[in-house]
Design a protein around this ligand. Structure first.
Ligand code: NAD
Ligand code: MG
Length: 390
């Protein structure tokens, strides 16, 4: 029987890539459930094409339009948090692709984990907010978590067949984003349009801004701590502008293993679906003769303080990473709306972390309460920075 796939966030960048991959993988894979946000037209179009059993939108205000668009089909339409949970727990789904952006991905991903599904995990915010709880639930239910984030997919590929005790450290590569080499003074003037022009990857707006501030790499350090069971000080970050080496593992004997490929998210998505097998794909292999150089240098943590903030938050533990993440989401939104400057994003995160003491994050309710409080405080911090901008 075909392997059933449910996609949380099918209308986004990773969601659409997943549909592309499933379509070339052929009959062995079948999409059984889809979810999206406000973009009901795209969601309806996808549903007409792949004919899942179930489609859910997170937003009640678009459910009528979605239902109307699918009334000639026998596809069930669901809505809200319950609808997302139905997608995440669909009985015919063997793999749940977690590709909602931000904290909204946490609860449905947790549902899929509790059901023991394989999780193809793109939504790194889930691990940043609740890594301990997620890993514990996965152990209980037997859910496999296969990372889709390109760096973590690379590391998982390098680790295959090795014991964790053999690992000395992990090296995450970072493209450096569109503002590589900029000083803090230059960064003060950059616009949302400039921040959204990523040199190597075509991604959703939030992660593209996170890549520009290096918060994305900070979130990825936290993600790697949970996935691979290492403390943050054994996870290095190097800037590698070519984005061909997707990350590396250093082993006890001094060997470095790396994974290289053209930068295309279809590859880590496909690996997460077909794991532990590999199968053919239309992606062009990297032509080494066309690679003129591979460069690596340290990140500028003065111009890009977000990476250090993330390291400190995971070191503090408890709800500190939840606060980091919630404040960042609020600040990125304010930057994209033109309310605050680029540098004010990390400032708002730092201010929020300074105001809120880290509490315990031992259950989902504590995590959600900390997220709520962080957003309120971050909105205040953003308000102050907004007045300073004017
Ligand atoms: P995107 O903005 O393109 O898509 C987000 C998806 O989530 C859409 O389907 C949207 O409808 C849905 N969504 C948004 N808000 C929602 C809500 N409140 N409730 C339910 N659904 C909601 O984002 P993306 O670039 O595809 O990224 C998705 C996740 O994958 C992020 O966590 C990101 O960090 C991670 N990721 C993305 C890439 C990439 O190349 N795009 C690479 C690595 C990791
Ligand atoms: Mg990444």
């Amino acid at each position: 029987m075909a392997c059933g796939i449910a996609i949380l966030g099918s209308t986004g960048s990773i969601g659409r890539t997943t549909l592309r991959v499933v379509s070339w993988l052929g009959e062995e894979y079948r999409v059984v459930a889809l979810s999206g946000g406000r973009n009901w037209e795209e969601l309806a179009k996808q549903a007409q094409q792949v004919k899942p059993r179930l489609v859910a939108t997170a937003y009640p205000e678009v459910v009528e339009k979605l239902t109307h668009a699918l009334e000639d089909t026998d596809i069930k339409v669901a809505v809200g948090g319950e609808g997302l949970d139905e997608v995440a727990s669909h009985p015919q789904a063997d793999i749940v692709v977690s590709a909602i952006v931000g904290s909204a991905g946490l609860l449905p991903t947790m549902t899929a984990i509790k059901c023991g599904k394989r999780i193809a995990l793109a939504n790194k915010e889930t691990l940043v907010m609740a890594g301990g709880l997620v890993m514990e639930e996965a152990k209980k239910s037997g859910a496999e978590i296969i990372p889709v984030d390109s760096e973590h997919s690379a590391i998982a590929q390098c680790l295959a067949g090795h014991r964790r005790e053999e690992v000395e450290r992990i090296v995450l590569t970072a493209s450096g984003g569109p503002f590589l080499g900029y000083s803090r003074a230059q960064l003060e003037k950059v616009t949302p349009e400039e921040a959204l022009k990523h040199p190597k990857w075509n991604m959703g707006d939030k992660i593209t801004v996170d890549s520009a501030t290096l918060m994305n790499k900070g979130l990825e350090v936290i993600e790697a701590c949970w996935l691979f069971g290492l403390p943050q000080d054994r996870i290095d970050v190097v800037v590698h502008p070519q984005s061909l080496v997707h990350s590396l593992v250093e082993f006890a004997d001094g060997s470095l293993l790396a994974q290289l490929a053209v930068p295309d998210m279809a590859l880590p998505v496909q690996y997460a679906l077909t794991y532990p097998q590999r199968t053919t794909s239309p992606i062009e292999p990297l032509n080494l003769l066309e690679v003129s150089s591979l460069q690596f240098f340290p990140p500028d943590e003065v111009a890009f303080p977000a990476l250090g903030l993330a390291r400190r938050a995971v070191e503090t533990g408890g709800t500190a990473p939840v606060v980091l993440n919630g404040a960042n989401e609020v600040a990125v939104e304010a930057f994209l709306a033109g309310k605050i400057s680029f540098n004010a994003i990390s400032q708002a995160v730092e201010d929020t972390l300074g105001i809120l003491d880290a509490g315990s994050a031992e259950n989902i309710d504590e995590v959600l309460a900390a997220d709520f409080e962080a957003r309120e405080v971050a909105r205040g911090a953003v308000g102050v920075l907004e007045r300073e901008k004017v």
